[in-house]
Write a protein that binds this ligand. Structure first.
Ligand SMILES: [Zn+2]
Ligand SMILES: [Zn+2]
Ligand SMILES: [Zn+2]
Ligand SMILES: [Zn+2]
Length: 209
């Protein structure tokens, strides 16, 4: 099962569309232009993506002293939350406390920080520090700057826009279908389908977006 090629996304602040590579330069300028009135403070810009699926990406900005728990909450909200599973940030084998200041966690990591949501049907992400600046983002500790646009999944039977995922088949090839072919797929009677959503957790556990 594979989505049509796209590497673009949208700026969450102004709606501008750009490729993953060009988006960094865009959000650098755009974030500063969208700052609120207030005392500038140190901020870190982070990029997250799933292991092995580079077409999903998020660029977020966090206050340097924001706790990793705030980053965790944003990742859950945007991509992950299905039934309140456990999650963890790790550097190598060492788990980081959710109270660790984000800037300190990412400064200490030599390369990427690993993140896992749900230790059973795990969604594994990596996060990296891609920028720093001083600015004022208001009361929230973290905010979304940009994310990939929804991937276009063709139905495994006819190529039309897929709307449903069969979680029984997701690890074995054709698992996304249009409404008509979902209705005739062998697992239709099981009533297990999940919606096609813009998340690397699509089709996993009870994730519905
Ligand atoms: Zn923008
Ligand atoms: Zn779940
Ligand atoms: Zn179809
Ligand atoms: Zn199936």
């Amino acid at each position: 099962m594979s989505a049509k090629l796209t590497n673009s996304g949208f700026c969450a602040l102004c709606g501008q569309r750009a490729t993953k590579t060009k988006m960094m330069a865009h959000v650098e300028a755009c974030a500063a232009a969208h700052d609120e009135i207030g005392q500038p403070q140190p901020l870190v810009v982070l990029r997250f993506g799933p292991v092995g699926a580079p077409r999903y990406w998020l660029i977020i900005e966090a206050k340097a002293d924001a706790q990793l728990g705030h980053v965790d909450a944003l990742l859950r909200q945007l991509w992950l939350e299905c039934c309140g599973h456990m999650s963890a940030f790790r550097v190598g084998r060492r788990e980081l406390a959710m109270t660790t200041a984000t800037a300190i966690a990412f400064a200490r990591a030599a390369s990427k920080i690993e993140y896992e949501y749900d230790f059973g049907s795990t969604t594994a992400l990596t996060g990296e520090l891609i920028g720093k600046r001083h600015g004022s983002i208001g009361r929230a500790s973290v905010r979304l700057l940009a994310r990939n646009e929804p991937l276009v999944w063709p139905c495994g039977e006819c190529g039309a826009l897929a709307t449903l995922v069969c979680p029984f088949c997701i690890d074995y090839g054709d698992a996304v279908f249009c409404d008509a072919h979902a209705a005739t797929h062998e697992h239709a009677a099981e009533e297990v389908y999940l919606p096609v959503v813009n998340s690397p957790r699509m089709g996993v556990c009870g994730y519905t977006g």
